[in-house]
Design a protein around this ligand. Sequence first.
Ligand code: AMP
Length: 287
Amino acid sequence: MPGKQPVLIRTIAEMRQAMKPYKANGSRVGLVPTMGALHAGHASLLKRARSECNVVVASVYVNPTQFGPNEDFNKYPRQLPLDLDRCGREGVDYVFAPADAEMYGGGTQTLIHVAKLTERLCGTFRPGHFDGVCTVVAKLFNIVQPDLTYFGQKDAQQVTVLKRMVADLNVPLQIVVCPTIREGDGLAMSSRNAFLSVEQRKQALCLYNALQAGRNVIVQGIKTSSRINAIMRDVVLAAGPFATDYLEAVDAQTLQPMEELAGTVLLAGAIRIGATRLIDNLLVDVT
Ligand code: AMP
């Protein structure tokens, strides 16, 4: 069923103007930042925002500053008309889709850098990525001024870093973390899955299989992270000659490795299937 189309907003001034009455009458404003090519994972965030907020804003913006020079910025899928339909079906009120010139036109000299949490995992392989994410998300927070904002557990390091930014900078909003939505066979939904060939799509499942193998051995009582990491890597190796950026058990709060696992553990991985980089993670409580 087609929903009511959301209002499409292209400029910061119009976005601020649109939010004014809601801020004035105490409405709960929800923001769902996305890079578009929306799928059921994004939709779960939009649904949650719709159920908790009076007004829902989705941003659709492929942020250039979070892509490295050799990454997929140029070929990242862009499909605003389809995204507007999807947002309409999820009851989104406003879609903020600015051009690069609107977001960065004046030239920018400010970057937000969260230190320790960005040093490992994706931070090692995507230098500057989290500075780009934090800066654009801070800009979106200042433009929309949401009360609640929704992010996916799929990007576990991103949400950990953003929570820290919000705490450190006393940003007056609440981050809501939503569970990872998966395909029927378990592959985490991602806009980048569209890049996979039929064969690669089958192979891609090895990342989730590896994380599950890690979780299974933890449940069986193995708590030494070097052993768990080796087991996870073996699952990927057995599936094919894929480059593993990282595949490891870390402390879910600090994202630091720990030899003897305890508390809430994040099993996190990033692998490359051909030119496509996929990430996924599982949280495991170690008792
Ligand atoms: P992206 O468009 O990839 O920047 O993602 C926008 C938001 O959707 C981020 O908060 C992601 O963590 C979230 N997201 C992406 N994929 C999924 C998924 N499979 N399940 C839940 N959330 C997701």
